[in-house]
Design a protein around this ligand. Structure first.
Ligand SMILES: [Zn+2]
Length: 404
């Protein structure tokens, strides 16, 4: 076992006699008195095999050489730089609901070389967690990957591009300046948005399917939904996306800048396309955070929300509990039950506790069925060690620090 060798190596390095090695058992405990100058370690961190980094989603995945044995190690502690530049330390526990937690862990960071990690040993009755030495990513060859590689067998929908009478030549030109000039360019633009959304919500085509959307009618036309830039729906031909010609008109007449429109349309389409591919649980789970929150979580994870909107979303979320609060007719006494950015940006923040959190939310919606709620999903994914209220408070504190 690695642990034993490590301690022996330390003792040898300290110039001590080899017979001490007999005092070290396979659990890494040292029996008897330690020689002077030797400090006790519980063992080394499990050995990692590889590290890969997805720059779009800011996901660093570290894969172990051999799977973690939960009898020995109950999880890891990770320190990393967050997307806002602060340092954060979290504990990620192995979890039988997700067997991949024995094979690898995923950290959200904009600086992979900032990441250090150590093992939390599984010691019954220990007052404090016993941990291993720290290891860091610079010990590993970092491989840069793109989401495309996980979806190489993806088949894109057959598109129909439609313009209604409100889409004048001027509006069509403004839209083309944002999403591409030719029909082919525009279809590629939509396909890239779909790929982005899928890569944040699923692991690969294995769980997303090779053709999750068969057809998509993309309409540029009059917005018949108050205040919307775009929406998705369906008609007799199948799913459709409608983009507001009135919004694009603002770009044509200069009241919205090209730069803002490029960002906004990408973000809005990430939200809308999420509705095309997200897990829709049974009626009982069909609640505002699971649907509209999730779509904004994916938008946020894909870099489709400005820092200002994200921060305001957290700071203006309202009281943690309000008996009479509703979203439409749905009671939402807990703040994380609310739709859109209120629950969505929180879910995106929960990726700091597990970089695969949003993918696992999809699994939780499928597995918990009508019992699904975000607080249950948090425990299902992160483990019983966590409760949603503590995490929510930490989320708000993090955002306040970011604003200061
Ligand atoms: Zn929506």
């Amino acid at each position: 076992m690695k642990i034993k060798n490590y301690i022996i190596t330390m003792l040898l390095a300290a110039g001590l006699i080899t017979s001490l090695s007999a005092c070290v058992n396979d659990g890494g405990q040292v029996f008897g008195e330690l020689p002077p100058g030797v400090s006790l370690v519980s063992g080394e961190v499990p050995e990692a095999r590889s590290a890969s980094y997805d720059e779009l989603l800011h996901e660093l995945r570290i894969t172990w050489k051999t799977p973690i044995d939960p009898e020995t190690c109950k999880g890891i502690e990770v320190t990393f730089q967050t997307l806002s530049g602060a340092m954060k330390t979290v504990k990620m526990y192995v979890n039988p609901n997700f067997p991949t937690t024995y094979d690898y862990f995923t950290v959200i960071t904009n600086k992979p070389e900032s990441v250090t990690y150590r093992c939390i040993w599984n010691k019954e009755g220990a007052e404090k967690d016993e941990v291993s030495e720290w290891a860091n990513v610079s010990d590993l060859a970092l491989r840069y990957i793109s989401s495309t590689s996980r979806f190489s067998t993806l088949r894109y929908p057959a598109y129909t591009l439609v313009y209604d009478a409100t889409a004048t030549e001027q509006i069509k030109n403004a839209y083309a300046s944002i999403i591409g000039q030719t029909d082919e360019d525009q279809q590629e633009y939509y396909s890239n948005i779909l790929l982005t959304v899928l890569s944040a919500a699923y692991y690969s085509t294995d769980d997303a399917g090779t053709q999750p959307v068969n057809t998509l009618k993309c309409i540029l036309g009059h917005m018949d939904l108050d205040g919307a830039v775009a929406y998705v729906s369906s008609d007799n031909d199948g799913p459709l996306m409608k983009m507001s010609s009135e919004y694009v008109q603002q770009v044509a007449n200069g009241s919205t800048s090209q730069e803002d429109a490029v960002f906004e349309i990408r973000g809005v389409l990430i939200h809308e396309f999420t509705h095309l591919i997200q897990a829709n649980g049974p009626i009982g789970s069909n609640n505002p955070s699971g649907i509209e929150g999730y779509a904004d979580a994916i938008r946020c994870a894909c870099g489709g929300v400005t820092d200002e909107n994200r921060i305001n979303g957290a700071l203006n979320a309202g009281a943690y509990y309000d008996e009479s609060r509703k979203s439409g007719n749905t009671p939402c006494p807990y703040v994380w039950q609310l739709p859109y950015g209120t629950s969505g940006y929180f879910m995106a923040w929960l990726r700091y506790y597990d970089g695969d959190f949003l993918r696992k939310l999809t699994v939780s919606i499928n597995n918990l069925g009508s019992e699904w709620s975000l607080d249950k999903a948090v425990q299902y994914i992160l483990g019983d060690q966590y409760d949603i209220e503590t995490l929510w408070n930490e989320y708000i504190e993090d955002v306040k620090k970011e604003q200061a």
